[in-house]
Design a protein around this ligand. Structure first.
Ligand SMILES: N[C@@H](CCC(=O)N[C@@H](CS)C(=O)NCC(=O)O)C(=O)O
Length: 255
């Protein structure tokens, strides 16, 4: 495990440590959230390829053996949404990112539950077979389910600039971490989902997207491109969905 130090921005949380891996959308959601809030803490890289997330140190903190994990003195949290909301509740002064009134906050919670309960499982069922089971492409049924989710997101965004309404919030950040990763696996079609596509583009222009999402997203894309397949020529002959997936390069493209 490699310590990557603290990003020296505005508020430094000296008691807090975040265990993360950049390829994980959940970790990138926390990293983008931190960067959007100008909050800095100690970050520790965990190498999932080396099964470091199953090490005794990690299991003692998180029996689920997933990342990210946040430790603040005695408190340990192992869900990206809970982590971001905890830090924001304590230290975020930007009431647009996290409004203080209960009704607006509930709307954000609702979107975070949608991300964790609906979108994230889609990510796992599309990505894990490719990352860990030598599968070469997203199965048609999974593609269909992701397209259905894109349609839901398109509907949720209709008539508003951001998922949370007039202002971009931590809910937009959580969702873009998942959707930008899903986009590598099942590209967001600009013609079918114009509003979602435009929102993704606007999110991709935010400074925190560059500092918190891009590197890990590119690494993830590379992992998906090569998977566990040794012979890249053979990979190029893979079914169309795989070729489409690779051609996006994790970026927004006109497709
Ligand atoms: N609900 C959790 C999901 C965390 C999660 O599934 N993390 C993945 C990385 S993207 C992980 O650690 N997977 C390891 C494993 O399943 O073995 C969150 O939002 O933090």
């Amino acid at each position: 495990m490699g310590k990557v130090g603290s990003k020296n921005i505005t508020t430094s949380l000296f008691n807090c440590t975040l265990w993360k891996t950049d390829t994980s959308p959940a970790c990138r959601a926390v990293m983008m959230g931190l960067d959007a809030m100008n909050i800095s803490l100690t970050e520790v890289d965990v190498d999932m390829d080396q099964a470091e997330h199953r090490s005794p140190e990690i299991v003692a903190m998180n029996p689920l053996q997933t990342l990210p994990i946040l430790k603040d003195k005695e408190l340990i949290l192992y869900d990206s949404h809970a982590i971001t909301m905890y830090i924001a509740s304590l230290y975020c002064e930007d009431t647009k990112l996290l409004p203080s009134n209960p009704a607006s906050r509930a709307l954000i919670d609702q979107l975070l539950h949608y991300d964790g309960g609906i979108l994230y499982p889609h990510y796992r069922s599309c990505a894990y077979p490719i990352l860990y089971e030598n599968c070469r492409f997203v199965m048609p049924q999974q593609t269909k389910e992701v397209e259905y989710a894109y349609q839901e997101l398109e509907t949720l965004l209709k008539g508003r600039s951001w998922f949370s309404g007039t202002y971009m919030s931590l809910a937009d950040i959580a969702i873009v971490a998942t959707v930008s990763t899903l986009n590598v696996l099942v590209p967001v079609n600009k013609d079918r989902y114009p509003v979602l596509f435009s929102w993704m583009f606007r999110m991709s222009q935010k400074p925190f997207y560059t500092t918190g999402n891009l590197k890990g997203l590119n690494e993830f894309t590379k992992r998906i491109d090569t998977g566990n397949v040794k012979d890249l020529q053979e990979l190029k002959k893979s079914p169309r969905s795989s070729v489409t997936r690779r051609s996006t390069g994790g970026k927004l493209v006109d497709n």
